[in-house]
Write a new protein. Structure first.
Length: 175
């Protein structure tokens, strides 16, 4: 903020020019700041209330005990909608550790769960909690819904192909 004020004072001499620049840029900056603050609040509430752990435990409860070897695949598939709808903090600090701990009971290393979880990042970049996406949409004056209609047509099949590739290369395994 201090650097911004100094840059304003050095580059724009009049108050009117400074205000005009701030007004022009605020349309892009304010929604992103609000999104980041809201994501932080959301993450804090969900983490401290135990909701993220409960959600991860509930999702893992869907996997029968005999199918523990498919936890990496389950994690990769689960990472797609969670990556899309959740903030990175909520997913990586709340859900992924619980999945990794659960997978360890089946002899699956946490690195494999991390690789499986990273697959959801493709859809995260298209989701409503992606701050850079909001900046981009503001700059090009595009609507989130219109963007998602087009992007998800490619993003979902690409994510599924990524899961198949991870399985083929051994990045995630089904033991």
């Amino acid at each position: 903020m201090v650097a911004f004020v100094i840059a304003l004072l050095l580059n724009l001499r009049t108050i009117d020019a400074q205000q005009e620049l701030i007004k022009r840029q605020a349309a892009n900056a304010v929604p992103v700041v609000m999104l980041v603050l809201a994501a932080g609040i959301f993450t804090g509430i969900m983490t401290d209330a135990g909701m993220i752990k409960a959600m991860a435990d509930a999702a893992l409860a869907l996997v029968p005990d005999g199918w523990g070897s498919i936890v990496p695949l389950f994690t990769a598939v689960l990472a797609l909608p969670l990556g899309f709808f959740m903030s990175n903090d909520a997913y990586w600090f709340g859900v992924a550790p619980v999945l990794a701990e659960s997978a360890s009971h089946y002899g699956i290393h946490a690195n494999e769960i991390a690789r499986a979880g990273a697959i959801g990042q493709i859809l995260h970049s298209m989701g409503p909690t992606s701050a850079p996406l909001w900046v981009l949409l503001g700059l090009v004056k595009a609507d989130l819904g219109d963007f998602q209609k087009t992007a998800l047509r490619w993003g979902i099949p690409l994510s599924l192909a990524y899961i198949a590739f991870a399985l083929l290369t051994g990045a995630i395994t089904i033991a």
